[in-house]
Design a binder for this molecule. Structure first.
Ligand code: NZQ
Ligand code: ZN
Length: 380
């Protein structure tokens, strides 16, 4: 097992009706609030009114920034940061899925800065301070509610980059599974894929850690046991809660302890598909993961088989890839590029972007020849 530091300061409020405490928690960070949300789902579900009434109850000044899109972009982060600076905000309330909460984290370091928040993502600048973020999660998937990472897209440089800093943990996150029942079938499925992918990225990281391996198996078991059931019963709050908790635990540190780092090569491939063709994050991963496992099958056969055996009773790397792919297909998450409208004519651009962005795993390196093989495996 590798040395590690366990640190996670986010206070999690989990369960039915936890939002009753939102207003008083936000008020403890000050009076001037930037309320960040997406394209409108929170208005359809009534969550918008609930949040506003919690903030008004405490007589807070509310400034809204809405319209954050899936695969969030740096332009929104910078515009919202400018608004935050202008209004001299004390805290940010982020209500939505990973895209909204990631944007809020980037805004939290962008607001006190005097340059684009993109400079943090490219390593040109380091944050010195951050505006506190209080998150209300509406979609179980990314784990952003209890980690320090944000993933932001730059359409000009054709790059989607993840960045993390200890200042970026949400101070509080409110997770009421009742607010996830409106997530449609496809995004529910992509969320299940994403949480499995997070557990696996950590599993394939550097270093041996038997207890985190078991955490990975347990988290993936939750997803494969309850995910398909949830997809046939989308309004089941109990099942929504199980998936929500599993998604939070998949990427809050638990599965990372005892390893130097995770791999994250599959996420790198997925981000290229998202930045080029706006493929939803989880959908990009269900296409890339089986291909990556096949690519790695003769490099790390024992590790892959161990995973496959524990999760699916698989007996070889190919059997593991097959069973993982069959699970994704069963949940209607795509497993081939053609299923998200990407035909062969687009392969060269994907290939070039993988190369330009130097996409690789942190533990298992990807070569130029691997890009060709991966494209083939994601297509056949
Ligand atoms: O914009 P609105 O109207 O809110 O609609 C959203 C959006 O269209 C909708 N939605 C969210 N909650 C809903 C709902 N619809 C109905 N009812 C609800 N309760 O769902 C759509 C997708 O939302 P989005 O936030 O994009 O999805 P997700 O939570 O999967 O987040 C994906 C983003 O997170 C990043 C991804 O790269 C991607 O950009 N990730 C962040 C990570 C992190 N910070 O640790 C790690 C992940 O690996 C991932 O990279
Ligand atoms: Zn992910």
């Amino acid at each position: 097992m590798e040395n590690f530091i366990a640190y996670n300061p986010t206070i999690l409020h989990f369960g039915r009706d936890v939002l009753k405490d939102l207003g008083s928690v936000v008020a403890s960070y000050g009076k001037r609030v930037l309320f960040v949300y997406g394209k409108g789902s929170i208005k359809e579900t009534g969550l918008y009114e609930t949040v506003i009434s919690q903030l008004e109850k405490e007589k807070l000044r509310i400034y809204e920034y809405s319209g954050i899109r899936p695969n969030p972009v740096i332009e929104d982060v910078d515009s919202a940061s400018a608004l935050g600076k202008l209004k001299d905000i004390d805290c940010i309330v982020a209500v939505g899925g990973g895209s909204v909460i990631d944007s809020a984290k980037a805004i939290s370091i962008g607001t006190p800065a005097f340059h684009s928040a993109w400079d943090f993502f490219t390593g040109k600048a380091k944050p010195k301070e951050a505006i506190p973020v209080i998150a209300v999660l509406t979609l179980a998937a990314t784990g952003t509610e209890m980690n320090k990472f944000a993933v932001i897209q730059n359409n000009r440089s054709k790059n989607k980059i993840g960045y993390g800093h200890d200042l970026m943990y949400p101070k509080h996150s409110f997770l009421d599974p009742q607010y996830t029942v409106s997530v449609p079938q496809n995004y529910t499925s992509f969320g299940i894929t994403d949480l499995i992918a997070h557990a696996l990225e950590n599993y394939f990281g550097k270093g041996e850690a038997s207890l985190p391996d078991r955490f990975v198996y347990s988290i993936v078991h939750e997803a494969i046991n309850y995910g398909p059931e949830l997809l046939t019963d989308l309004s089941n709050v109990e099942l929504r809660g199980k998936i929500m908790y599993a998604a939070t635990m998949a990427l809050n540190g638990l599965t990372m302890h005892g390893r130097t780092y995770g791999d994250w090569g599959v996420h790198g491939i997925g981000h290229v598909l998202s930045v080029l063709y706006d493929v939803p994050h989880g959908a990009s991963l269900s296409i890339a993961y089986p291909a990556w496992i096949r690519l790695m099958s003769d490099r790390i056969p024992e590790r892959i088989t161990e995973l496959g055996k524990e999760i699916f009773g698989a007996d070889s790397p190919e059997d593991t890839a097959k069973k993982l792919e069959a699970f994704f297909s069963k949940t209607e998450s795509p497993v081939r590029l053609s299923q998200v409208g990407i035909d062969n004519s687009k392969h060269q651009l994907i290939r070039d972007t993988l190369s330009k962005n130097k996409v690789s795993g942190m533990n298992h390196q990807l070569s130029e020849a691997d890009y060709d093989k991966l494209l083939e495996l994601m297509s056949v």
